[in-house]
Write a protein that binds this ligand. Structure first.
Ligand code: PLP
Length: 372
């Protein structure tokens, strides 16, 4: 049976395994090697990769439907895409997207490397207008941290029609909820640090091109700029990926319950979660995603002070940056530099796989105490 015939939950288990010969291990081992004996297919890891990296790349590539290249972090992956662009490129980017990507783009623009236009990605007409003559349309959906949803099918088609490359940061959705390459994107990016790894114990990134030819310039950037993954990290990321379907199913179900209850809580003025029928991204997400994910954000009544108190008051959830782990994390993104567009009382929550009633009791208590 080919990978195409299997369901995604099964591909996550079967893809990227060693050859099925008697006596072979079920999982590709951790290959600790920089160099290999001469005259083989690979002589140096930075040039040709290792079996451990390739196992992860095969699995992520199978899930996204393309050719994957693994990097040391999500930012190394993003940098590889941007560095492969000619000088003077014009880039359109969501005003709300991962702050590190915005900063990388802004610093490159300040050095004359490219021109950057930031747009409200929920406004499809305005995005198309801004991207009319762009070389690269960078999309992130749902966005970090406002959980905005872009019209991916339409914007990917627009990019193709206009001859612009389209990159979709698929970190929040994962390939289980949306497959941007099938919608027409040129590249998919993941911070594999998040849902793919899933255990807050590694940094990794992946770029997936539509085919080996599209992935070749990205592979070349890794070879020359050297953002190579670690052997242990690649092994752990693939081990994490094996359980992504069950982790996501549980976390997503809990996110739906928590979002609904938070929306009714007197200490919360707004919940941002596309699974809520009243959310502005609901119809779009329902049409283009296989689920609403486990990332949400909510605004605490009273603003920054009470929101800080909620983060300080939780005992089951963890006040910490990052997301996509088995642990529920809360973060105050508004406190970061360059995040002036974020409402002062916003808390971004990555829902983990703890029991939902323990999470709710924890949140309800911390919110009630902070906003009483
Ligand atoms: N993209 C998104 C949506 C992210 O949230 C992050 C990190 O938080 C990144 C990219 C960067 O990934 P990394 O931290 O693995 O470099």
């Amino acid at each position: 049976m080919t990978d195409e015939a299997l369901r995604m939950e099964t591909v996550a288990i079967t893809a990227g395994r060693p050859s099925p010969y008697p006596g072979h291990p079920l999982s590709t081992p951790i290959v600790l090697a920089s160099n290999f004996r001469a005259d083989g297919a690979v002589e140096y890891a930075r040039d040709g990769g290792t079996d451990t990296w390739q196992a992860l790349e095969t699995a992520v590539g199978s899930l996204e439907g393309g050719d994957a290249v693994a990097f040391a972090s999500g930012m190394a992956a993003a940098a590889a895409i941007l560095e492969s662009l000619p000088t003077g490129t014009s880039v359109v980017v969501p005003a709300d997207c991962y702050a590190g990507v915005r900063t990388l783009l802004n610093e490159g623009a300040a050095h004359g490397r490219w021109k950057v236009t930031a747009v409200d990605i929920t406004d499809t007409a305005a995005t198309e207008q801004a991207a009319w003559a762009a070389d690269l349309l960078w999309l992130e959906s749902p966005t970090n941290p406002l959980i905005d949803v872009a019209d991916l099918p339409r914007l990917c088609a627009f990019g193709r029609d206009r001859g612009a490359q389209v990159v979709v940061d698929n970190t929040f959705a994962t390939p289980l909820l949306q497959r941007p390459l099938a919608a027409g994107a040129d590249y998919v990016l993941h911070s594999a640090t998040k849902f793919i790894g899933g255990h807050s114990d590694l940094l990794m990134g992946v770029v997936v091109g539509r085919d080996p030819a599209a992935a070749a310039p990205i592979r070349r950037r890794r070879q020359l700029a050297g953002g190579t993954p670690g052997a242990l990290e690649a092994y752990l990321a693939l081990r994490g990926l094996r359980t992504l379907p069950v982790r996501l199913e549980r976390a997503q179900a809990s996110a739906g319950v928590l979002a609904t209850r938070l929306a009714a809580h007197p200490g919360v003025s707004r919940v941002r979660y596309p699974g809520l029928p009243a959310d502005p991204g609901h119809a779009r997400a329902a049409a283009q995603m296989a689920g609403f994910g486990s990332m949400l954000a909510f605004e605490v009544v009273g603003g920054a002070g009470p929101a800080d108190a909620v983060c300080a008051g939780v005992r089951v959830a963890v006040a910490a940056t990052s997301l996509g782990g088995v642990e529920t994390t809360l973060e105050r993104r508004a406190k970061l530099a360059g995040q002036g567009h974020i409402p002062a009382g916003l808390i971004r929550m990555s829902v983990g796989i703890e029991h939902v009633e323990d999470l709710w009791a924890d949140l309800d208590r911390a919110l009630t105490a902070a906003t009483a």
